[in-house]
Write a protein that binds this ligand. Structure first.
Ligand SMILES: [Zn+2]
Length: 546
């Protein structure tokens, strides 16, 4: 009899403990801090490509102990840094949040607009133009804004990155501050949009002159160079040497003497070190994670993008940059454990876009993908149109593989839009490497895979996008003879890492497809707050239901 009662009690205790495990956040328990880590240009495969040489407490810690959404994609094109950061933090796409590119042609203004430009503000910590920045061009709220709204503005929100857009767009409209790197001075700065002076901790950090110290050192590989077997050989003609170098090979030196020598920090692993150190100074200086409510630290690592553009994803430089970034992660996570406490913070890792292989590398290894001369899109097309119609400037602008047409001129010369579009399309399709030319005013009638059509639609904002969209074939790029870039809707640009880690989360691999616009609503669901205003994503069930 006693035995039976005992086993019933045991059963009750067991089911109660199971219930409490699956409902870890039934009330309003909140993490002390949310940390967003975006790595500029980190393609999905980089999570595993260098796995054997990762440390136990860096990236491997996230892969081992986090919820790893291994099938996360960008659900729009163009895949650039501005749109990427905006989409992660707004849970929306360029069609809605308005950040259609890093720089776009704004039809109503008749000029190019940089995504975070703002001439109404002044730099703080700098007199250079680098300070004239704010999130004003972002048309939707961010998850960081929503956290501020949910806590009566008591949450502290700080953004940190070398790139202004990598810091400003994540930190949102109501941030306490976003800090970015000023290549004129080698310092971290902000703008009067946020505050009128640099906090003492930021001034103290700048006074340490890390940039100067780093530029006087040399970038050597972390391990003997012959052990970098996951990459191609060091010296390839299609790699872009650093400024002042003749060959794109190790050891890399930062040639002093040029006027903007602090620029050299961008394409160096020292840029990642500078970013971690400044983020840790912010963590400490702002006492993040020790508030009564949840704080948010948004970090973006920009240097991996510059290194990847110049040397490509198959270079020893890229491999070494990620092995060194892993050490930065370890430093960051250990500091978070110490200040906020293991399990008290919620962290996510993702990227703003991936990267295409260098076309020269594709040629070397007999893979599809080559270079297409930019003249085809602008000079040649304008010439062709002037032979076809009464001479005039029918195309106002070519930008991000899009044409902006002059509809007044077309009307004046009695040219029907459909005829004009067909002329452009037929001419372009004569070229190798062009896959399709799409009428953005009739996109639903385009015969093309639905997945791609939807990605194009999600990227189009009527005030900031063009009229005709050009799709290159996979692997093709229109750039110079060295280096590579991103921006397309293909796997290599759209497939990025996404791992949620910490605060009650248990290790899990999520195989079902996740969109980049699902990150913000997932955070919102975990925090029991409203998702951002323009959100088009949905919370990832495998992360939220534990
Ligand atoms: Zn880039």
């Amino acid at each position: 009899m006693f035995k039976r009662v005992n086993s019933i009690i045991l059963l009750i205790i067991l089911s109660l403990s199971l219930w409490s495990q699956t409902n870890k956040n039934p009330g309003n328990e909140m993490p002390k801090l949310v940390v967003g880590v975006v790595v500029d240009q980190m393609r999905y495969d980089f999570l595993y490509r260098y796995y054997d040489r990762l440390g136990e407490n860096g990236l491997k810690r996230l892969i081992r102990d986090g919820v790893n959404c291994i099938n996360t994609h960008y659900n729009y094109t163009p895949t650039y840094t501005g749109p990427g950061h905006a989409s992660i933090y707004t849970g929306s796409s360029p069609a809605v949040h308005g950040i259609t590119s890093n720089t776009w042609y704004e039809r109503n203004l008749g000029r190019d607009v940089y995504c975070t430009e703002d001439n109404t503000v002044k730099g703080v910590g700098s007199d250079s133009r680098a300070g004239l920045e704010s999130p004003r061009n972002l048309k939707a709220t961010t998850i960081t804004d929503q956290l501020k709204l949910a806590t009566g503005n008591r949450s502290r929100v700080i953004g940190v990155a070398l790139k202004d857009r990598g810091s400003i767009l994540p930190a949102g409209h109501s941030a306490d501050a976003a800090y970015w790197y000023d290549a004129e001075t080698g310092n971290f700065i902000t703008s009067t949009y946020y505050r009128n002076d640099l906090p003492q901790w930021a001034q103290d950090f700048n006074a340490l002159k890390y940039s100067e110290k780093y530029l006087n050192s040399v970038w050597e590989t972390l391990y003997p160079i012959e052990t970098y077997v996951q990459s191609d050989i060091d010296n390839r003609l299609y790699e872009e040497p650093l400024k002042g170098e003749t060959l794109p090979v190790f050891p890399h030196k930062y040639i002093p003497g040029s006027k903007r020598r602090y620029d050299n920090i961008y394409a160096s692993p020292f840029g990642s070190m500078l970013t971690t150190d400044f983020a840790l100074a912010a963590l400490k200086g702002e006492n993040l994670g020790r508030n009564k409510v949840t704080d948010f630290l948004a970090i973006s690592y920009s240097s991996t993008d510059y290194i990847g553009h110049g040397f490509g994803p198959n270079s020893i430089e890229a491999e070494d940059a990620y092995l060194r970034l892993d050490k930065e992660f370890e430093k960051l996570f250990n500091a978070l454990d110490a200040q906020v406490g293991k399990g008290n913070y919620l962290l996510f890792l993702s990227a703003d876009h991936g990267i295409c292989d260098v076309p020269g590398h594709s040629e070397q290894y007999k893979l599809p993908g080559r270079l297409i001369d930019g003249k085809v899109f602008w000079e040649n097309m304008n010439e062709y149109l002037n032979t076809l119609y009464t001479p005039g400037k029918y195309l106002v602008k070519y930008s991000s593989y899009q044409y902006f047409a002059d509809f007044d001129l077309l009307k004046k010369n009695n040219i029907a839009w459909k005829d004009f579009f067909n002329s452009v399309r037929t001419e372009l399709l004569k070229q190798d490497g062009i896959a399709e030319v799409i009428d953005l005013h009739d996109i639903s009638n385009t015969v093309y895979p639905e997945l791609f059509i939807n990605k194009i639609k999600n990227g189009i904002n009527p005030k900031r996008s063009g009229d005709i969209f050009i799709m290159l074939e996979p692997g093709w790029l229109s750039i110079g003879k060295t280096g590579t870039t991103h921006g397309s809707l293909y796997e290599y640009d759209s497939h990025v890492p996404l791992i949620f880690y910490g605060w009650n989360l248990k290790p899990r691999e999520v195989v079902s497809p996740v969109n980049i616009t699902d990150i913000a609503p997932t955070l919102a669901a975990l925090l029991h707050i409203l998702a951002p205003s323009g959100c088009i994503g949905t919370a990832v069930p495998e992360v939220v239901v534990r």
